[in-house]
Design a protein around this ligand. Sequence first.
Ligand SMILES: Nc1ncnc2c1ncn2[C@@H]1O[C@H](COP(=O)(O)OP(=O)(O)OP(=O)(O)O)[C@@H](O)[C@H]1O
Length: 455
Amino acid sequence: MSRKTRIDKRVLVVDDEADLAELLELTLLKMGLSVDKAGSVAEARALLARHRYDFCLTDMRMGDGEGLEIIEHIQARKLDVPIAVITAYGSMQNAVAALKAGAFDYLAKPVSLEQLRTLIKSALRLDDDEDQHAPGTSGEVSGRMLLGDSAAMKQVLELIDKLSRSQAPVYVSGESGSGKERAARMIHARSSRSDKPFVAVNCGAIPEHLMESEFFGYRKGAFTGADADREGFFQAAHGGTLFLDEVADLPLLMQVKLLRAIQERKVRKVGATQEEAVDVRIISATHQNLARCVENAKFRQDLYYRLNVIELHMPPLREMGADVELIAQHVLVRLAQQNGMPTTPALGPEALAALRHYAFPGNVRELENMLERALALCDGQVITADDLQISPANEAGREEGGPDSGDSLQDYLDRVERAAILEGLEKTGGNRTQAAKLLGVTFRSLRYRMERLGI
Ligand SMILES: Nc1ncnc2c1ncn2[C@@H]1O[C@H](COP(=O)(O)OP(=O)(O)OP(=O)(O)O)[C@@H](O)[C@H]1O
């Protein structure tokens, strides 16, 4: 690598193996970065207290402690230092634990210097044009944010914040229309990858025979009609985020190929002999129960573990309390503007009550459609309950909605339990001890249930 001008970024390398620490230091110095080394957890803590670092790279196991302790130290003090861990070969569990604790990414031993450079570049936003690494500004506009003020949505937003600082694969679960794609876009927009592409793929919409070439690209002449080289989704998302929507719809054969690409961080175009390195962060989603797809042998377990390092669960709208009004108001203002209406019609009291009681099986998307229709039907001033056209069959409110939508009894019971817990938390401002009292269960039981339901 040619000599680079110095970049005003400081990295802390924590490793008690002097040789490896030196190799890492040299690589980082060659990239133009300033480097400090610590040979133990204690030394790392002392340095973190004294200096401001832009990145920390730590081994997982040191004489006096674990790399995890350093992650926790940084998180607890909200130091805003992206941190990557170096794990022993084959210890995926350690890597997962680190990512869950808030690590930005991990490198497996033996450390590939090329991977290290890619990782550092993406963490520090140093790319081909090093003058442009303005930190922070993601260019996010509020129209792209998830709206909501309920305890459920606050939790989602907090987790998104944390996930934006990491490179871990994220699996977004939730019902149809609950904002899974919007959440994925938010994570990307706030991450160090925000100036690189976000590529969204609906896995259910690609014909099976085209999948490989769509994902990995093809070389000219690979098949009839391939009259020029073409990139696939992976290459298109290079440096950025690949959002795999409806991932449960991938056929098994494609799941194997996807797993390989994710593991190796390399893909091969159809018709090519060489593999090429790709750097993408994977966010996947489906409205199906992915764990159940694994049980039914429709989804590979190994891929499931790869994708589902961290789960972000999007709450259904009916569990978001007063958020329905908040979101409805925003949507109305936007739609009225788009339609060139001089004023935004207000929601009448009965319409508001109807929205509050409706179960919204199609979630926010259904709310948007409902309001669009209501705007066309209303008198231009006030939207009435009639304008919302909520069909009586679906009026079975949030409380009464039974296991009639193809759900199993367990799904239904989970839903009811989840709604009750969230309501309890909402009423007590998120205080678990008080919520447990309100719900008539012990604190321990509430904690267990929250864990089980991913709340
Ligand atoms: N909390 C929210 N605040 C504002 N808009 C939202 C929110 N949640 C969802 N939306 C909007 O609802 C619509 C559906 O959201 P999105 O496409 O992200 O859902 P999804 O869960 O990915 O749906 P599907 O399962 O059908 O793919 C979009 O127009 C999105 O902008």
